[in-house]
Write a protein that binds this ligand. Structure first.
Ligand code: PLP
Length: 403
């Protein structure tokens, strides 16, 4: 017999490690930009599984590819070649525009970053065993493994789990002078989100990433871009770095890369990738045929000019509408930021974000709030202007109470 929402939530609370502050709904299925809860209530999904469901829910080509691959072979060891993995690596390497790029597939964003950090250290240590310093940004987010939560410049993620891996230092994102003062020939890598996501949706200032690149070149340090949230077309370019005209040495991806099937990847330019030899890195599941079959659909769809053009167009319209909302609620919305379909509206008041998100849920719209005060919009990349109007309509209803 079908369990009630209350029964499902009680069972989950009894059995699942309580690390998530969950909303009190049980989601059941989705179609395009919409999801339905267990009681049949429909929600417009402007979170997309936190930037994962790039093609929306129940996308026919994705469902077909995953179903067909499941019927052929779900998994085989990385000790063997498979067509889906070879295809996905080839497509990603070409798209990256990095010279003689090599791709490694893992299962998550944290694992992608962990691999990128390992590769950077291997590359640097071959020249100088003390060239270990990894510089990241305050308010960054890079994952939850020990190395990636140390890379994450938000100390609350690091509390109580030390000792932490050594060699990480932090600078303020967009502050080039601080980065310059922190770097030396002992800097192994600078690792930045091309657009900061969890930290509150902060795009780079004009020219910032170019200057970071120059400093890395000066000190023989690698530049790692974490595009786990901002990549896969979300900025309007497949790789957000192409928006800013700056190539990294290593880029990491995950989230939307397989449209909802777990995956992670790092892509490195050939000279850097050579630092890893057989046996230096690995994974059981990473890049298995199921995940790669899904990734191939995303990699065949998102990079197309019309698809990316539509992201720019809808994203531009969405940003305009958010700015208009700010004009209506000037004492409530402090700033609207972002690119394409990674947008944020910073609230002037602390601690109302979660209530606004809950009120939007009641209106049938899923949004998210990060750092307690930035409403964040990272919807499926297939949304239309009508979907944007629906979200703005819900916010117009919800916000007056908080004004
Ligand atoms: N890097 C960035 C920029 C992210 O936004 C996230 C997740 O939110 C991660 C890394 C970690 O990814 P995962 O949760 O798949 O380990």
């Amino acid at each position: 017999m079908r369990e009630t929402d209350q029964e499902i939530m009680a069972k989950d609370k009894a059995g699942y490690l309580p690390v998530f502050n969950r909303y009190e709904i049980v989601l059941d299925h989705g179609e395009g930009a919409y999801v339905w809860d267990h009681n049949g209530k429909k929600y417009l999904d402007f979170l997309g599984g936190i930037a994962v469901n790039v093609l929306g829910h129940n996308h026919p080509a994705l469902v077909k590819a995953v179903s067909e691959q499941a019927g052929k072979m779900l998994h085989c060891s990385n000790l063997y070649y498979t067509q889906p993995q070879a295809d996905a690596a080839d497509k990603l390497a070409r798209l990256s525009g990095l010279e003689e790029a090599k791709v490694f597939f893992g299962n998550s964003g944290a694992e992608a970053n962990e691999g990128a950090i390992k590769l950077a250290r291997k590359f640097a240590h071959a020249k100088d065993p003390e060239k270990s310093q990894i510089i990241t940004a305050w308010m960054s987010f890079h994952g939850r493994t020990l190395a990636t939560l140390t890379a994450t410049g938000q100390p609350h993620y690091q509390e109580g789990v030390g000792p932490l891996p050594e060699g990480f230092d932090y600078v303020h994102y967009n502050d080039i002078a601080e980065l310059e003062s922190m770097m030396s020939d002992k800097t192994c890598a600078v690792m930045l989100e091309t657009i900061q996501g969890e930290g509150g949706v902060y795009p780079p200032n004009p020219g910032y990433l170019q200057k970071v690149r120059e400093l890395c070149d000066k000190h023989g340090a690698l530049l790692i871009f974490d595009e786990i949230q901002a990549g896969i077309g979300r900025s309007g370019k497949f790789f957000a770095y192409d928006k800013y005209g700056v190539k990294p040495d290593i880029v990491t991806l995950a989230k939307g890369l397989a449209g909802g099937v777990p995956i992670g990847a790092f892509v490195a330019r050939g000279e850097v990738a050579k630092a890893m030899k057989p046996g230096d890195h690995g994974t059981t599941f990473g890049g298995n045929p199921l995940a790669c079959a899904a990734a191939n659909v995303v990699l065949d769809t998102v990079p197309k000019a019309e698809f990316l053009g539509q992201i720019e167009k809808v994203g531009g319209y969405f940003k305009q509408q958010l700015v208009k909302l700010q004009e209506k609620f000037p004492s409530l919305i402090k700033e609207v930021r972002g690119e394409g379909l990674i947008l944020g509206a910073e609230l002037s008041k602390d601690n109302i974000g979660r209530d606004i998100v809950n009120d939007c849920l009641a209106e049938g719209v899923i949004i998210n709030c990060t750092v307690g005060k930035v409403l964040r919009f990272i919807p499926p990349l297939i949304i239309t202007e009508e979907h944007v109007d629906e979200v703005i309509g819900a916010l117009e209803k919800v916000l007056p109470k908080y004004n």
